[in-house]
Design a protein around this ligand. Sequence first.
Ligand code: HXC
Length: 258
Amino acid sequence: TTPELILVRTEGRVGIITLNRPKQLNALNDQLMNELGAALKAFDADDGIGCIILTGSEKAFAAGADIGAMATYTFADVYKGDYITRNWETIRSIRKPIIAAVSGFALGGGCELAMMCDFIIAADNAKFGQPEIKLGIIPGAGGTQRLPRAVGKSKAMDLALTGRMMDATEAERAGLVSRVVPLDKLMDEALGAALTIAGFSQVAVMAAKEAVNKAFEGTLADGVMFERRLFHALFATADQKEGMAAFLEKRAPNFTHQ
Ligand code: HXC
């Protein structure tokens, strides 16, 4: 079935997903999250795709979970229906890199969605925040866990407890985003990064993502051991032989993703 709340296209080996509920500032409802999950899985399974970009509109990456849809939910509704986990965690299972290209509001679930991506490139008009406290709730899709890991306890507490927004400059200084660019350069910048990544060995790229994610999830000793095992394993790939031979022969590598 054709998705209705997202747009999907490709540029070379890059898959681009645009959240497309502009009137609601890309508020994230079940249908949108299901469509997003299906599109991500399809790109992950496609050998012709090496990197994915997730973006929104100029005004909003996403202004959060859909408050209208949530307003009358009871505890039993969300608990029995496994609200959030059911269709929000698909993104974590994607093994190819996902770049969030964020302009405008990334609030609540929108900020959490951006943080579930592998890195964030922000336009200079981006605004990040976890305003759930103003609605009588708290973040529910990893915000209280990923934000402190990204920006430290003090700033994460400040954002989660006051509900204030931070602009792109503050977000870059805090380490939440990797780059800030003018709004009209956002997609060029994200696409440039994605095409670079998609040109490398797919095996090495997936291993790098998996290893960096370990740093978020476990102890240093376990992470270092995990990294070493993957590092050693990459010597079994054709792309390692090709990449190193190409360097020594002073030519561009021709990766076959094997
Ligand atoms: C449903 C939303 C929405 C949301 C905006 N809209 N955010 N609808 N859910 N999260 C709708 C508005 O109701 C309005 O619809 C239209 O989008 C435009 O929004 P305005 O408020 O008119 O725009 P503006 O004045 O520019 O203000 C932008 C804003 C504000 C600051 C982003 O919309 C806002 O504060 N939104 C809520 C942000 C928020 O609280 N997010 C956290 C949600 S809870 P109409 O029909 O009136 O034009 C959450 C929990 C996550 O995310 C849990 C894990 C999933």
